[in-house]
Design a protein around this ligand. Structure first.
Ligand code: TRP
Ligand code: SF4
Length: 404
């Protein structure tokens, strides 16, 4: 197997939600654009994950996928730097998901907080399905398939990465032992003496089953203190403690995406469900119109009434887009009724249109040539499949279903 440096690998995915907006840009996409230059990145569209909640109305998914890919490319994700693909076009994900499902206790899935939360939130949907329960495990398969060490996600997804770590640990524990490793480790353990061996076993169990970090430390100290066993045996005991001789699926770390401060048109967080968005490739006229009709400080009825930026959503946009000087001008002008709201909004609209200019420019090529977008994605899918096949080969033979 060509060895993979997990620490240099990044993988992340998005469910296809259709056209993206400036909130996605300031949160996720700008981060991806930066990461693609620093790591070996895999970015994919999680269409099967969309199906877990939209199985009754899947018709929009395919168009949403293409719209989203164009947004990624327009935002500056470069297919020369990152591998872009569609989950369902790499069916290996389904096989890994299935194999992982064999070793995943039901309780792990049931206690992932998003399981109950989403069922509560999406009450109109019946999410008491096998597929929805398995959502985080499918995500684990996505991640472990590419042996990605780092997974950029929002805070809401951290529990999924945590579960992925547990699944990887369990997999390595069950299937990663090399011939004779366990026997050797057991023999080394006996040399510690009954009492120490018992404590070691207990701590090992606590760490492996509950991820108890303190137990890990205690056991490590215990090994360190042993006077009567060889260095080799100590190494065995350290390795055995963490579960395996061999790491087949490395444990990933979440790379927390900085929370986007992008406010929507009404001052709440920008979100499709609030209907307060500016889309990533919005036409300049539409941007101007959306800003022009934005609510301002409700106390400022007439031009001559002084206002308070703290009570105005336009001010929040100034905080994202304006320099100190402009912000001073707003503060002074608003509180003294020296400027009007239309005047005040102009620099914001201009800044957004300016920010979007290169995005719209890049998008043109792809909007005009859907074939180009498809070929970028198909190339990415080919690359992803090669990686996926290599991992699956190893996974199958570790389990003992290599059939070679
Ligand atoms: N569940 C993620 C979300 O809703 C999307 C996703 C699917 C993902 N598979 C992934 C993210 C793997 C990171 C890694 O945002
Ligand atoms: Fe808001 Fe600017 Fe009008 Fe003040 S002047 S209320 S900050 S839009």
């Amino acid at each position: 197997m060509a060895s993979v440096d997990a620490q240099s690998r990044v993988l992340s995915g998005m469910r296809p939600t259709g056209k993206l907006h400036l909130g996605h840009y300031h949160g996720v996409l700008k981060n991806w654009v930066k990461l693609q230059h620093e790591f070996e990145c895999f970015f994919f569209i999680a269409d099967w994950h969309a199906l877990t909640t939209h199985y009754e109305d899947p018709h929009g998914i395919e168009n949403s996928v293409w719209d989203m890919v164009v947004d990624w490319l327009a935002a500056g994700i470069d297919p020369g730097s990152a591998t872009l693909f569609i989950q369902s076009k790499v069916p290996e994900h389904a096989e890994l998901h299935l194999l992982l499902s064999m070793i995943t206790p039901l309780g792990w899935l049931e206690r992932v907080p998003t399981y109950k939360d989403q069922q509560e939130k999406l009450k109109e949907k019946d999410l008491a399905t096998y597929g929805f329960l398995g959502y985080p495990l499918l995500q684990s398969a996505d991640i472990l398939m590419y042996r990605a060490g780092q997974v950029p996600v929002g805070a809401d997804q951290v529990s999924h990465i945590e579960m992925t770590r547990e699944v990887a640990r369990r997999f390595n524990h069950l299937y990663g032992r090399e011939p004779g490793f366990e026997e050797n480790a057991q023999a080394a353990m006996k040399k510690m003496g009954k009492k120490a061996a018992k404590l070691y076993q207990k701590m090992r169990k606590n760490y492996q089953e509950q991820g108890d970090a303190e137990a890990l430390e205690t056991a490590r100290a215990l090994i360190g203190d042993q006077q009567n066993i060889s260095l080799g045996d100590k190494e065995r005991l350290y390795g055995y403690l963490e579960g395996s001789g061999k790491v087949i699926l490395p444990e990933p770390q979440p790379l927390l995406t900085p929370e986007s401060k992008m406010p929507g048109l009404d001052g709440q967080k920008m979100s499709k469900s609030y209907g307060n968005t500016i889309s990533l490739r919005e036409e300049p006229d539409v941007v101007s119109e959306k800003i022009r009709t934005m609510q301002t400080d409700p106390q400022r009825v007439r031009r001559t009434d002084p206002g308070d930026p703290a009570k105005c959503p336009v001010w929040q946009l100034h905080e994202v887009y304006s320099d100190e000087q402009t912000m001073d001008w707003v503060q002074q002008g608003c509180k003294s009724a020296g400027i009007g709201c239309i005047e005040c909004k102009k620099p914001v609209a201009d800044a957004i249109i300016e920010e979007q200019r290169p995005i719209r420019d890049r998008a043109l090529r792809y909007e005009d040539d859907p074939g180009l977008v498809r070929s970028i994605i198909y190339d990415g899918c080919d690359q992803a499949r090669d990686e996926a096949k290599a991992t699956l080969d190893e996974v199958r033979s570790a389990i003992g279903l290599g059939f070679r």
